[in-house]
Design a protein. Structure first.
Length: 306
């Protein structure tokens, strides 16, 4: 399978801030590729370069076989972009907005088809200003789809959606990819990336600090099982609880988290210790690490500082 995107040693700096610092990655055609990272990690700058909306300082970029810096209108005719805020005239009706934006594309989808895809058929004649925040976000998504793109960039596409609408949007994105559309997704919903993405790149300080499938990221982060519980205020010495553990324990305000490769042994020790001291462990749970756990381990310090 040929690649939709090929990036080699991409750099971009603003004054003394190295926003993008030597990025190298590929995105296959028909793949859903998620870029994650805290605010200031360089995600937006990197994606804007891929879209052709920002120049790079160094490196090479190929998107659909074209350098986006020089691709011009013919290149933009092949991509769709869903920004966090589209800046559309909210006094236009939904149908008028789609007609206006659709006129810029040579392979536009029928407006009725796009409205059905984003579940806004009944809102076609309503002014955008009268829609709820979630419905306006669906209009933004419709604008990204109206040109029938080969590649679509989705920047926080489901912000403002209720859980049911978010899940239906995920199904729409999956359906696009299944028909060959390549999707580049940036999101702060780690569950969204875990559900949708074929592969994930985690950025921090302008670099990719980890990449791969969600399963590969869990493995590369030495991810194991997470035991969580809350301790009441106790007089018992916690050394007897923590020292014998196989895994690594962290805690704050009585909330304990143990990441372990030996969950059976550590759980048996924790529960035996609690029983011997007559203590109930509130909220005791044992779960496999998810993508959010891995992400926080990779960029936790940057999340706190941003």
């Amino acid at each position: 399978m040929t690649n939709a995107i090929e990036v080699r040693d991409l750099t971009k700096a603003y004054a003394h801030n190295q926003a993008v610092d030597g990025l190298t990655f590929d995105v296959a055609r028909g793949e859903i590729f998620a870029i994650l990272g805290p605010n200031g990690a360089g995600k937006s700058t990197a994606v804007e370069i891929l879209e052709g909306h920002r120049t790079r300082d160094g490196g090479s970029v190929s998107v659909l076989g074209v350098d986006p810096a020089t691709g011009g209108r013919a290149f933009r005719d092949r991509i769709g972009i869903v920004l966090q805020a589209a800046g559309i005239d909210k006094e236009l009706t939904v149908g008028e907005v789609l007609d206006l934006y659709g006129s810029a594309y040579s392979r536009r989808r029928p407006a009725d088809e796009v409205l059905a895809m984003v579940e806004l058929v009944e809102k076609s004649d309503d002014r955008v200003s009268t829609l709820s925040g979630g419905q306006q976000r669906r209009v933004d998504l419709a604008l990204g789809l109206i040109g029938d793109p080969e590649l679509i960039f989705l920047d926080e596409p489901t912000t403002g959606f209720d859980p049911a609408a978010r899940r239906r949007s995920w199904e729409l994105i999956e359906a696009l990819a299944s028909k060959g559309t390549t999707v580049v997704l940036t999101t702060h919903y780690l569950e969204e990336a875990e559900y949708l993405a074929d592969r994930v790149a985690v950025m921090a300080s302008g670099k990719i600090v980890a990449s791969g499938t969600p399963d590969e990221l869990r493995a590369s982060a030495d991810a194991g099982t997470v035991i969580r519980f809350t301790l009441p205020a106790v007089d018992a010495a916690l050394a007897g609880l923590l020292d014998p553990l196989v895994g690594n324990a962290t805690g704050r305000d009585g909330k304990i988290e143990i990441v372990t490769a030996k969950p059976t042994a550590d759980l048996a020790h924790v529960t035996a210790w609690a029983v011997s001291h007559g203590i109930e462990l509130a909220g005791l749970s044992v779960e496999s690490m998810n993508l959010e756990d891995v992400y926080l381990r990779l960029v936790g310090d940057e999340v706190v500082s941003s």
